[in-house]
Design a protein around this ligand. Structure first.
Ligand SMILES: Nc1ncnc2c1ncn2[C@@H]1O[C@H](COP(=O)(O)OP(=O)(O)O)[C@@H](O)[C@H]1O
Ligand SMILES: [Mg+2]
Length: 233
């Protein structure tokens, strides 16, 4: 159960003439069980926002609350522990190149402190959910972009996160596989998982409970689509 609140969050990169306000005084609030789509042009701040919520980066200004915890105020050690409970799906997958799909997930389970006896079942279950179990022993360079993306999604789901952060999770998938992933996300949200995904995918928008429209580091508006998941087939 994760409630997210951003209060006047600003993130500035660089300095002087080259300074970029990747996030410029962003405030937003999302309840647990939401499927939030961050939409907006390239460079509008979507990835920066995911990095902030996931405690991978700190704001220059403002507060980020996850449930009651102020993640900006945590020490590096506290943030590392906090991140163990979050599922991350990175835009470039961030798979370990020398490890198989199976071993990549194993590694994530170890980091997340999931007890070893359940690893095998978890790994096979999530690889099967993503229809990639037949490639369990392939390394990333033996997989297509879409296959790598599905392994990255399986890895994030295997730790049973209460908060899932996904950067363009369907970008490399065909329409049918993308829809399968979005349906899975919808089901997770119904069981209380909070998901924030950045996306350019118009299909993804239809599955979201909230569409957060971003432009130039700001949230233009948030469309609430409360019945979205219920109306999806
Ligand atoms: N580490 C960084 N160093 C410098 N500029 C950055 C960095 N990360 C992001 N930016 C800049 O911040 C802005 C927002 O980037 P980003 O959050 O990646 O946007 P999006 O994910 O919507 O494409 C862009 O102008 C980008 O160039
Ligand atoms: Mg991005």
């Amino acid at each position: 159960m994760t409630k997210i609140a951003l209060q006047h969050v600003t993130r500035v990169f660089g300095s002087g003439d080259t300074q970029v306000r990747a996030l410029n005084d962003v405030s937003a609030e999302f309840q647990h069980g939401s499927l939030i789509a961050l939409m907006g042009p390239s460079g509008s701040g979507k990835t920066t926002m995911l990095n902030m919520i996931g405690a991978l980066d700190r704001p220059n200004d403002g507060t980020i609350l996850l449930n009651a915890a102020d993640i900006g105020a945590m020490s590096d050690g506290e943030r590392a522990i906090f991140r163990r409970g979050i599922g991350f799906i990175f835009q470039r997958f961030a798979l370990i190149p020398t490890a198989s799909a199976y071993e990549n997930i194993e590694f994530a389970l170890r980091i997340a402190d999931v007890p070893r006896p359940v690893w095998q079942e978890r790994i096979i279950h999530t690889l099967t959910q993503l229809d990639i179990a037949d490639h369990a022993h392939h390394r990333p360079n033996e997989l297509s972009g879409g296959q790598q993306q599905r392994v990255a999604i399986a890895r994030a789901l295997a730790i049973h996160p209460q908060l899932l952060l996904a950067d363009e999770p369907t970008a490399n998938l065909d329409a049918q596989r993308g829809a399968a992933v979005l349906t899975l996300f919808t089901e997770l949200c119904q069981s209380g998982v909070t998901i924030v995904m950045s996306t350019h995918d118009p299909a993804a928008e239809r599955y979201a409970s909230h569409v957060c429209r971003m432009r130039s580091g700001q949230v233009e508006r948030i469309d609430v689509r409360a019945t979205a998941s219920a109306t999806q087939k």
